[in-house]
Design a protein around this ligand. Structure first.
Ligand code: SF4
Length: 358
């Protein structure tokens, strides 16, 4: 046998999905906008975390028009703590394009969707199949893992030949009448049964045709790539107070955590102490001189490609009026108002400590 028996896979998978589908809020609607929002949130965040964010977001911004009219701050605030903030910025930007060029509606074509910021092949496939019932594959990491096991493909999933083979197979399996449900069934199978380390083959509807299971290879496929240790950065943050207010700066729009607020400071340069680095970052970013006082706390945080320790110090303002030299803006904010702005997760730990100390 050179490949799995594809004939029954679609039928068995859909029958399983009809009984076992996850009850998710974005599955209770056919509104392309809500489905788009859910798919963008799910790109890098677990389903359980997404659910409350999704509910709040579509309540706050119920239509593409309302999202387009919202301020960037409000959109980032609604996304706060979910991470990967470029997703929120792209969603907001795309809503603006849709209102301007598409009458406030999502286009029902791959070409139209792929022209919007933040939408790649997977998200376009998911929206087209789920919201518009078009037979377009939606292949994410879960689906790749399931397919590589079904076909007992032993090469790494990132190899283009493997990706082409998986895409061709999914295309062949997609039923014309239920493409959205088929794609969601594949996602559910990967997320709840065909798990990365411990696939539950005993309750899998496809175990009879799965070549990895038949050959006893299910935990060897897909091969796990060897990861190098993540690099580490020390970052400083100065809590600069004046007349009951705290100085905060807005990060540049582009780049990591773009558009979010933070405390003045930056990545520590080699050869400097934390205090020296903080003084230098504040001077370079805002053109003001500060006296670095006592250390308040250190917060560990991990990003996809590196780890950060954020060192927060209490600082005194010595000289100069802030200027936005290396940031998108600055503001003296009353401590009580800090919670109304969008900050990163690590910065929010600092804010909590400020409230506790109050
Ligand atoms: S039989 Fe096991 S390895 Fe194969 S698709 Fe099902 S859960 Fe995954």
């Amino acid at each position: 046998m050179t490949g799995p028996d594809l004939r029954n896979i679609t039928h068995r998978l859909l029958a399983w999905y009809d009984k076992n589908r996850r009850d998710l809020p974005w599955r209770k609607t056919r509104d392309p906008y809500a489905i788009w929002v859910s798919e963008i949130m799910l790109q890098q965040t677990q389903v359980d975390t997404v659910i409350p964010y999704f509910r709040r977001f579509v309540k706050r911004f119920p239509t593409i028009g309302s999202l387009a009219r919202a301020s960037r701050d409000d959109v980032l605030k609604a996304w706060e703590n979910m991470g990967y903030y470029a997703r929120a910025r792209h969603l907001h930007e795309a809503a603006g394009h849709l209102v301007q060029d598409h009458g406030g509606k999502l286009p029902a074509t791959s070409e139209g969707l792929l022209s919007l910021p933040g939408i790649g092949a997977y998200t376009a496939g998911a929206i087209l199949s789920i919201a518009f019932e078009k037979p377009v594959p939606a292949i994410d990491g879960n689906v790749r893992r399931v397919l590589s096991r079904l076909m007992a493909l032993r090469k790494p999933l990132r190899e283009p030949s493997i990706q082409r083979k998986i895409e061709k197979t999914v295309q062949a399996l997609l039923p014309a009448d239920r493409p959205g449900q088929f794609n969601q069934a594949m996602m559910d199978l990967g997320a709840t049964v065909c798990l990365p380390r411990k696939p539950a083959c005993g309750r899998c509807p496809l175990s009879g045709t799965c070549l990895a299971r038949i050959r006893g290879l299910q935990t060897d496929i897909p091969p796990v790539p060897i990861r190098a240790a993540l690099p580490h950065r020390d970052v400083t943050a100065g809590i600069i107070r004046k007349n009951g207010r705290v100085l905060v700066v807005r990060r540049p729009e582009k780049g990591l955590l773009g558009g979010l607020w933070k405390f003045p400071g930056g990545t520590l340069q080699d050869g400097l102490s934390l205090q020296q680095g903080l003084r230098q970052s504040v001077l370079g970013g805002l053109g003001i001189e500060v006296a670095v006082g006592r250390k308040l706390l250190a917060v560990e945080h991990s990003f996809t490609h590196f780890l950060v320790t954020l060192h927060a110090y209490s600082c005194g303002h010595l000289k100069g009026r802030p200027k936005a030299l290396d940031c998108a803006g600055w503001s003296w904010v009353p401590v009580d108002r800090l919670k109304s702005l969008a900050f990163s997760k690590a910065d929010r730990v600092i804010i909590r400590s400020l409230f506790e100390a109050k």
